[in-house]
Design a protein around this ligand. Structure first.
Ligand code: PEP
Ligand code: MN
Length: 337
């Protein structure tokens, strides 16, 4: 249930609504908009909306039938903006994240970090724990990898995003990583999401391989419900009958999400297509469709990459793409730093 307060409702009136929500065994979540304060009452307890309509200062009570509430545009009309290392995702900002699929060695990650810093990138990606389909594929360097990417990122003033695979890894990630990424295969790992709801760092929530948009927003709701408002959604392609590309990049998800939710949505055209030559056109298409950011695999030497070389751009290709994105963004009222 969502309670919209009247324009100019007093602090005291708002406090009374919050107290009443608690009395009814629900958790209050407040969103201060430009004109109205909106309060979400989240929880399982059954309550009668009329009881809230009677409270002073209340303009309107909306019973939300969708199961996500805090992720909904009804709860918050303004776009959420997540900012990391000066890079903004959301509203009219397009944030960029780029780097290799995985951290392979000291030499590789330092070379990639140098390339990224020379390409206007402020956030580097790189997996240390890799969810590989085959147990015989390279599984990542683990903690050692996180230490290497931190050292490389610090040298070049970059922030880091990396994939966290299980609850026990969270403290380690908090020490080394700036944005925690939940991979497609873990989108519905609800225990992991609940723990990530308690941290004070942004989370990139990738769309599950066969997740509907509703399921994806419900997964985001888990993170928001526990108190972490810094959620970035990431469209990374879904499974369809089409096999010409690794996945089918669902760009319709951008306008659909923008209507349903205030959360920023970024696109991963690397996993979305699986092929380097498709990454540039789909990055431009994502931008034209209104995405709030891009996460792109770039490798200093893709032919020798231990993972996803075929979908990784050459640094020079990324720099060209950056120039094109800078030109395109203003056409859709967006800016790229
Ligand atoms: C990744 O970003 O390296 C990754 C494994 O992505 P996804 O979870 O989308 O497959
Ligand atoms: Mn990859």
């Amino acid at each position: 249930m969502i309670i919209i307060m009247r324009h100019g409702a007093s602090k005291e009136q708002i406090r009374k609504v919050l107290d009443f929500i608690k009395l009814k065994n629900r958790q209050p979540h407040m969103s201060k908009g430009e004109t109205h304060t909106v309060i979400g009452a989240v929880g399982e307890a059954c309550i009668d909306p009329r009881e809230f309509e009677l409270l002073e200062g209340v303009k309107e009570v909306i019973k939300v039938s969708s199961s996500y509430k805090l992720a909904s545009r009804v709860f918050q009309q303004e776009d959420s903006v997540v900012e990391v290392n000066g890079e903004k995702f959301g509203a009219n900002n397009i944030g960029l994240i780029a780097g290799p699929c995985t951290i392979e060695s000291e030499e590789q990650i330092f070379a990639c970090a140098k390339e990224m810093s020379e390409s206007n990138v402020k956030i580097i990606r790189g997996g240390a724990f890799k969810p590989r389909t085959s147990p015989y594929s390279f599984q990542g360097l683990g903690l050692e990898g996180l230490k290497l990417i931190r050292a490389a990122a610090d040298k070049y003033n970059l922030a880091i995003t990396s994939e966290v695979m299980e609850i026990s890894q969270i403290p380690m990630f908090l020490d080394y990583v700036d944005i925690l990424q939940v991979g497609a295969r873990n989108m519905q790992n609800f225990n992991l999401l609940k723990e990530l709801s308690k941290i004070n760092k942004p989370v990139i929530l990738k769309r599950g391989l066969s997740a509907t948009i509703n399921e994806w927003l419900m997964a985001a709701e888990y993170i928001l419900a526990g108190g972490n408002r810094q959620v970035i959604l990431c469209e990374r392609g879904i499974r369809t009958f089409e096999v010409a590309t690794r996945n089918t990049l669902d760009l319709c998800a951008i306008p659909v999400i923008k209507k349903l939710s205030h959360l920023p949505i970024i696109v991963d055209p690397s996993h979305g297509t699986g092929l380097r030559d498709k990454v540039v056109p789909m990055s431009l298409a994502s931008t034209a469709a209104g995405c709030d950011g891009l996460i792109i695999e770039v490798h200093n030497n893709p032919e020798c990459a231990l993972c996803d070389g075929a979908q990784s751009l050459y640094p020079e290709q990324f720099r060209q793409l950056y120039k094109q994105l800078k030109q395109l963004a203003p056409v859709v009222n967006k800016t790229i730093r």
